[in-house]
Structures are given as structure tokens and as C-alpha cells.
Design a protein around this ligand. Structure first.
Ligand code: ITT
Length: 204
């Protein structure tokens, strides 16, 4: 049986406008439309997991239960080798609960101030979970990883979160200097969503 949901609605379990924009664009290419959870009055769920996949499942299950629809969730973050993988699952709250992207990014630059370029390796991780309904015991789980390096100062205006300090090897610029389509082609989120679309039986 095809798992494609072109004719039925899917709720997107994210309140992050940057993510929603990217996921919309990536899924639109496969003619899959999603409804952001805030448009359906879905309350935020606490991200109590210890792993990206646990948090993505919590978010997808919450959105599916509250909306009665299939749900897609994205849990993602930045792993910095010099910080033993931090901020990781705590990327959105690195500078404290409710911290702005700017505050998180400034904290990252401060803690890495004395780390030389060669040791500033890092990667974005993205876990995408698709649940057919709130009690789905076999959610689809797809992952993407994007390797790079942390810059010494922010560059560029595009994207969101840590994009201005994430140097993209091969492109010679920060992720925030890439056009949206190029970031989606290369990024952790683009990789994970293309894998999901493939498994849903849609276009790659
Ligand atoms: P939702 O849970 O509502 O989706 P969130 O921002 O809380 O939004 P996460 O818990 O998954 O989502 O945290 C992801 C954080 O990782 C995000 O806030 C950014 O700081 C960072 N991040 C993830 N993907 C990124 C990207 O493509 N570019 C820059 N930063 C990214």
C-alpha cells in the first residue's frame, strides 16, 4: 500500500519559523503540503528526551494526537567536537530556556574563543519522524548529517539559528550566505526530508 499522503493533510510539529520555511519548500517539491501546528491550535510539548529521535517522536505524537492528522516532526541541532558534542539536543536552549538565536550563537562563539580553526569541526544533525496517527507504533524515522566548522564571527543573513557561524566546506561561505535552495540541497534537513519523501513513495 502506498504511504503517500498527497490527498490528506499532514501537520508539521514545529513552531520554529526557519524550519517551517525550509520543510515547506522541501516537501512542496514532492507536492506534499503540511499545516504548521500553531494553525491547528496544537500546544507545545516539553522536549524531555535525551536523544534527537526521542524528542522528534514526542513532538510528532503530540501534534498527531491533538490534530487527528498524520504528523511530521524535526528535531535537530549542532554538535561541536571541541565541546564533546554540545550543544546537541540542547541547541535551541544553549544560552537558557527561551534564548534567542543570537544569544545562542554569541554563547557558542564565546566558549570557542580560544579554539583554533582546525579544532572547530562540527555538524548539524536532523531527525525527521513521520507518524501516521498519534498511536502509530512504527513511525518512519529519517536522519541527515551536515559536516562543517564553526567560524570566529557571524557571516550572512539567510537561514536561522547557527547558520551565520557554520562554515560549509566546498562552498567557501557560511550556511547563512547560501541561497535557500542551495542550503536545502546540502543540509541535514534536506537529506532527511528527501529520505522521508522516498519512503513515502513520492518523488526524490
Ligand atoms: P521546534 O521544536 O518547534 O521544531 P526548536 O527550535 O525548539 O523548534 P529543536 O529543539 O529541534 O527545535 O532545536 C533545533 C535548534 O538547532 C534550532 O533552534 C537551531 O538553534 C539549531 N538548528 C537546527 N537546524 C539548524 C539549521 O538548519 N540552521 C541553523 N541552526 C539550526
Amino acid at each position: 500500500m502506498s504511504e503517500t499522503h498527497r490527498d490528506s493533510s499532514i501537520v508539521l510539529a514545529s513552531n520554529n519559523a526557519g524550519k517551517v520555511r525550509e520543510i515547506d519548500a522541501l516537501l512542496a517539491a514532492a507536492r506534499i503540503r503540511v499545516i504548521p501546528q500553531d494553525a491547528l491550535g496544537v500546544p507545545e510539548v516539553e522536549e524531555t528526551g535525551k536523544t534527537f529521535v526521542e524528542n522528534a517522536i514526542l513532538k510528532a505524537r503530540n501534534a498527531a494526537r491533538h490534530s487527528g492528522l498524520a504528523a511530521i516532526a524535526d528535531d535537530s541541532g549542532l554538535e561541536v567536537d571541541a565541546l564533546n558534542g554540545a550543544p546537541g539536543i540542547y541547541s535551541a536552549r544553549f544560552a537558557g530556556s527561551g534564548a534567542s538565536d543570537e544569544a545562542n550563537l554569541e554563547k557558542l562563539l564565546a566558549v570557542l574563543r580560544d579554539i583554533p580553526e582546525a579544532k572547530r569541526t562540527a555538524r548539524f544533525q536532523c531527525l525527521i519522524v513521520y507518524m501516521r496517527h498519534g498511536e502509530d507504533p512504527t513511525p518512519l524515522i529519517c536522519q541527515g548529517t551536515w559536516e562543517g566548522r564553526i567560524l570566529f564571527a557571524p557571516r550572512g543573513e539567510n537561514g536561522f539559528g547557527y547558520d551565520p557561524v557554520f562554515h560549509v566546506p566546498g562552498e567557501g561561505c557560511s550556511s547563512a550566505e547560501l541561497p535557500a535552495a542551495t542550503k536545502n540541497r546540502l543540509s541535514h534537513r534536506g537529506q532527511a526530508l528527501r529520505a522521508l519523501v522516498h519512503r513515502l513513495g513520492g518523488l526524490e
